[in-house]
Write a protein that binds this ligand. Sequence first.
Ligand code: ADP
Ligand code: MG
Length: 212
Amino acid sequence: MFYPTVYLPAIIEAIEQSINAHADEITLLDQTLGDGDHVSNLQRGIAALKAHSSEYPPLDWSGAWQKIGMTLMTQVGGASGSLLGTLFIALAKAGRGQELDLAQFARIFEQAVIAVKQRGKSDVGEKTMLDVLVPISDYLKEAAAQSKDFTQLWPELVAVAEQGVESTRTMRATKGRASYLGERSLGHIDAGAKTTQLIINAIVRILSTTDD
Ligand code: ADP
Ligand code: MG
């Protein structure tokens, strides 16, 4: 079972609320490890996504992901803009013409995470958004192998994202602005990992309360 794109406006709304509610905490994280602009970068992107909200429901997932990716790529500044843009554009490319079920989505998501790694020249363990994206990708593959249904995934996805964020606390940053801090990056979670978790939680919150 896959969900229709008609849920995208509600998902974007939920993401906006969640990022706004955690704005001060994330800004502080990005000020500590980076330059403090991560939330305002994302908020600019979310505002642009909202401005196009009515355009997503008539599209299939690939079309909607492409539109979202292009918007993020052009509207969100910083490293996160090009990386999140890459994630969605790669989802669109891998998902074009595909019949989506969990096994197919897990494969598509894995392709998209690989595209982010290539774009960022980075991998799991470097204190970035990939420390959430990679465990989520691994979990989706495992769930698909066990023939789970989407509805069974929600609590576990939330837990995997939470563990991913926490894993960044003890990592030394080697990519992005935080890498300039070296050892001083230890002891703080990564801002981009945190916002990736909030985005995943917002998606789960909307989809888990639908009865499709
Ligand atoms: P910038 O670092 O250019 O100011 P943002 O503040 O918007 O951009 O985003 C910073 C976040 O982007 C980091 O917290 C990290 O999660 C992610 N990030 C930065 N560089 C990379 C990279 N090379 N690979 C993966 N993620 C990265
Ligand atoms: Mg920044």
